[in-house]
Design a protein around this ligand. Structure first.
Ligand SMILES: Cc1cc2nc3c(=O)[nH]c(=O)nc-3n(C[C@H](O)[C@H](O)[C@H](O)COP(=O)(O)OP(=O)(O)OC[C@H]3O[C@@H](n4cnc5c(N)ncnc54)[C@H](O)[C@@H]3O)c2cc1C
Length: 429
């Protein structure tokens, strides 16, 4: 008889874990509290446009764990690669090409020629693992030995990859580990044709085609323990038993689930960590606004705009345009409710680079407090391990868990690691 696995949470982590196990012959049931699957990876149709939460950008797709889901279990992804020649920095008085490629580095005005050599040397040292950072030293401090312009550029790049306006707080080892991977890829940024919806549907299909069950509107509200094992998971009206349990629900929910058990305090710390938050402002336009950019980052305001529909035409009605702007929020700004100021900042960047957008506006979607990553990767915050020594048949996955990359890559990679462990355990027993 095949092993039973319950997966709680139908975001990208839960879906990918459930799909891999169902494909490999496990008896999988996925429980999701919302009516729809996808969690934060959602696609919302509005007046003929498909607004995605997030630009659904996958970084270094040729090194992404998604490649393994594609080749091993038949995940279907319609990749749309980003054009670095259309990515610009807006530095206030001038706009210049991003140094995302060698040509971009040659042409950009963000550095003078001496600093370009220095920057290229930094990239080389990162790729060759000569630079690894130091445990306990944040990257802002670590880079103080660099010329100010080179340091500033490295931090600006980190700002956009980590979705943060405090890039200097990223732990230096994490910074170099991340950029070793990113600098050595041919596919630094790619989007998913059809948006998050396409990937959510592909994972769901794999689950159902392989006999897995998906139950939506089923909030997991409690657990029963038998020593150091979960013996039952409690839903709204049903209890579920399995051999292994994968909890792909955020730290706040985990803390609630383990309340009044000996494990409550374990989850307390993760619940209290701060998350990466942004303001998102998407606009759907009747007609395209001509522009040399598909990506522009306004450095001072820390706002970036992506022309999503340039890459993914499935998200627009014919002739239209869908753009997404994101402004980063640090903890103080989030607490002080600075979202309205960020909305005004974003509109001014749209005005500057896409004049006439207001006249073409058909639909817009503003989210003033979107959680990009549940646990922000800054010093003094740690991601949750995928398995605790003290709990035997329980695993964790999500962008709050230890894994590779950032954002959804953490969800996919932690899910992959968890499924490896369950499959290895079965082989061994
Ligand atoms: C504005 C924005 C932009 C982004 N841009 C990008 C990007 O360009 N690239 C990228 O890689 N990532 C991006 N991300 C991040 C990406 O969306 C997330 O990392 C990813 O979707 C997280 O998936 P997850 O499964 O780990 O968590 P979640 O999506 O949070 O999934 C958790 C799931 O658990 C369910 N749940 C919670 N509690 C319970 C319970 N008690 N019982 C049952 N179910 C429960 C929730 O409903 C949810 O479906 C962005 C996010 C945002 C908000």
């Amino acid at each position: 008889m095949s092993k039973k696995v319950i997966v709680a949470g139908g975001g990208l982590a839960g879906l990918s874990a459930a799909a891999r196990l169902a494909y490999n012959g496990y008896d999988v049931t996925l429980l999701e509290k919302a009516p729809k699957l996808g969690g934060r990876a959602i696609t919302i149709p509005l007046k003929g446009f498909n607004f995605n939460f997030g630009a659904h950008a996958i970084y270094a797709r040729d090194k992404s764990v998604l490649r393994r889901y594609e080749s091993e279990i038949g995940l279907e992804v319609d990749w749309k690669d980003f054009s670095p020649s259309k990515a610009y920095y807006d530095l206030g008085s001038y706009t210049t090409l991003m140094p995302a490629t060698l040509e971009g580095l040659y042409r950009t005005k963000i550095l003078d020629s001496q600093n370009k050599w220095r920057f290229a040397y930094e990239v080389f040292k990162t790729m060759a693992s000569i630079e690894k950072g130091e445990e306990g030293i944040p990257i802002g401090q670590y880079l103080e030995k660099e010329p100010p312009k080179v340091r500033d550029l490295l931090l600006t790049i980190a700002s956009s990859n980590f979705f943060t306006n405090e890039p200097e707080k990223i732990p230096s080892p994490l910074f170099f580990q991340y950029y070793k991977r990113l600098f050595s890829t041919q596919r630094a940024v790619s989007y998913i044709g059809g948006g998050w919806q396409a990937i959510v549907e592909s994972f769901s299909k794999i689950i159902e085609d392989h006999g897995g069950k998906i139950i939506t509107k089923e909030k997991v509200s409690g657990i029963e323990l038998d020593g150091n094992r979960i013996s039952k998971i409690i839903g709204k009206e049903t209890t579920y038993t399995a051999d292994e349990y994968i909890l792909c629900i955020p730290p706040k929910e985990l803390h609630q689930l383990f309340a009044d058990t000996p494990y409550e305090s374990t989850f307390e710390i993760y619940r209290n960590y701060s998350s990466t938050q942004v303001v998102v402002y998407d606009v759907g336009l009747k007609e395209r606004i001509p522009s040399p950019y598909t990506y522009v980052y306004q450095k001072e305001k820390k706002v970036f705009i992506t022309d999503i529909s340039y890459y993914d035409t499935t998200c627009i009605p014919e002739g239209g345009q869908l753009m997404q702007a994101i402004a980063y929020l640090n903890d103080e700004e989030a607490a002080a409710n600075k979202a309205n100021e960020k909305v005004a900042d974003i509109e001014s960047v749209y005005d500057k680079h896409f004049p006439g957008w207001r006249d073409q506006l058909v639909a817009k979607r503003i989210s003033k407090k979107a959680v990009v990553q549940e646990i922000k990767c800054i010093h003094d915050q740690k991601l949750l391990p995928v398995k605790l020594y003290s709990l035997d048949n329980v695993y964790f996955a999500g962008d709050w868990c230890q894994g590779e990359g950032q954002l959804s890559e953490l969800s996919f990679s932690s899910a992959y690691e968890v499924t490896n462990r369950i499959m290895n355990k079965t082989t061994a027993s």
